[in-house]
Design a protein. Structure first.
Length: 284
């Protein structure tokens, strides 16, 4: 299996995984690289598939993707295991690769299991506001200390006895080299605390508006949001985010016209015309 390598773009993307991308497009891309993504798990609510979020787990890559139910757009990118991927930020490694590959730019005092608080706070992203402490749920010993930046946040384990609003947790963490992040989240918002209330409902722009997408084969036209059907085989399709539309005339519009408007198809079904079978049998 080839290692999943990606550049971190806070608030926008992790490699080709772009916030706002549709579930269909992301799954199509993942399935196209089975050596890189050997296992894909799709998790959803059978009772409420349209209203509840949809998750795509990539256990072999240590990544989880979460989509909203109604529009099925990528809302949250989570890195749950830093040893199963190679993530860089501005050409610097978050974690030293464990497979012996050459890192982009080694960071002193780095860890192989995850970025340390010191690395994130002093070397990668810089100082930020005091983090947020989330108390442990029932049955768990540790809570979560969230160090948040615009568009990205890192989680660290913290015992409730070690936290108080008056305590300078940042200084304590920053002076220790043993505080390793357990996960990372990429989202749209100024901070994780601000983003959570509207994580599944915020209006996301077209992914073509982000500058992290290379202008190549992975850029598709804006999706269709409305279809109007008229008489005489006329169908009008309207694009999302714009008032642009185009018309399909059944019996006249060519496959080339459709590819120009909709992009390349994900699959092609070649119809077996049964009307010609009798002629083939007669010739035999």
């Amino acid at each position: 299996m080839s290692l999943f390598s990606a550049q971190l773009f806070p608030g926008r993307a992790l490699g080709f995984l772009v916030l706002g991308a549709t579930l269909h497009d992301v799954l199509t891309r993942l399935k196209a690289e089975p050596q890189r993504f050997p296992k894909i798990e799709l998790l959803y609510s059978p009772d409420r598939p349209v209203t509840e979020p949809v998750a795509v787990d990539l256990p072999a890559n240590g990544v989880r993707l979460r989509f909203d139910g109604p529009e099925q757009r990528l809302r949250l990118i989570e890195v749950l295991d830093f040893t199963k991927n190679h993530i860089t930020f501005k050409e610097r490694d978050l974690v030293r690769p464990v497979n012996g590959s050459t890192p982009a730019s080694p960071i002193p005092d780095d860890s192989t299991s995850g970025p340390t608080f010191r690395q994130v706070y002093h070397r990668l992203l810089g100082p930020t506001y005091d983090g947020e402490f989330i108390p442990p749920v029932a049955g768990q010993e540790y809570g979560i200390y969230v160090l948040s930046y615009p568009g990205v946040a890192f989680n660290f384990k913290l015992h409730p006895s070690e936290y108080s609003p008056e305590k300078d947790v940042v200084s304590t963490f920053a002076s220790a080299s043993s505080q390793v992040a357990t996960s990372m989240a990429v989202f749209s918002g100024d901070s994780w605390a601000d983003a959570r209330p509207t994580l599944w409902t915020e209006i996301l722009p077209s992914i073509k508006s982000t500058s992290v997408i290379p202008r190549g084969k992975d850029v598709y036209p804006d999706e269709i949001s409305l279809i109007r059907m008229y008489g005489g085989g006329k169908i009008q399709l309207f694009r999302k985010w714009t008032n642009n539309s185009f018309v399909i005339n059944l019996g006249e519009t060519t496959p080339q016209d459709l590819i120009m408007e909709l992009g390349p198809p994900n699959a092609i079904y070649r119809r077996n015309d049964q009307k010609m079978v009798i002629h083939k049998n007669a010739n035999n």
